[in-house]
Design a protein around this ligand. Structure first.
Ligand code: HEC
Length: 128
């Protein structure tokens, strides 16, 4: 009766399934920005010189190193290691990081709301 030994494990399946779906659910709320244009966001990042401090996929030059490389940003749990990586928080951070973290070396930028949202949308396309 070898099969009988598997039966106790079946009782664990709901717990395992719940744990797996909790792990997979890294985007609550979803990391997307309704109505924003990721391609326009990349163009705006080029225009505003974000590459001076960041290596950004899609921007060949410059690829600065004062700020963190942004590859895989969409999968990071935190922004700048301290804020939850949510769309509303990211938009605020891009627009005016020093207002949120006075000690940060990330400057504030004179961006339109559209540019800021488009940049956030582009950053949410960056998966490892
Ligand atoms: C003068 C250098 C500089 C420029 C220019 C700059 N950043 Fe930053 N950025 C930083 C630094 C430094 C940090 C790390 C902040 C911290 O840890 O407090 C950062 C952090 C970030 C983060 C969080 C990254 C992470 O890994 O959590 C994002 C997103 C970001 N910057 C986007 C942008 C965008 C978009 C632009 C252009 C509008 C830009 N940055 C321009 C220096 C810069």
């Amino acid at each position: 009766m070898k099969r009988a030994s598997v039966l106790p494990l079946l009782g664990l399946l709901p717990a395992v399934a719940a744990a797996l779906s909790a792990c997979a659910d890294t985007s609550d709320p979803p990391r997307s920005i309704a109505g924003a244009d990721p391609a326009a966001g990349l163009a705006a990042m080029r225009r505003h010189g974000c590459g001076a401090c960041h290596a950004i996929p899609g921007l060949d030059w410059p690829r600065g190193v004062s700020g963190p490389a942004l590859r895989g940003f969409a999968d990071r749990p935190l922004i700048a290691g301290r804020f939850p990586n949510r769309p509303d928080v990211l938009v605020d951070f891009i627009a005016d990081a020093p207002a949120m973290a006075p000690d940060t070396a990330m400057p504030s930028f004179p961006l339109s709301p559209e540019e800021t949202r488009d940049m956030a949308a582009y950053l949410y396309t960056l998966h490892d």
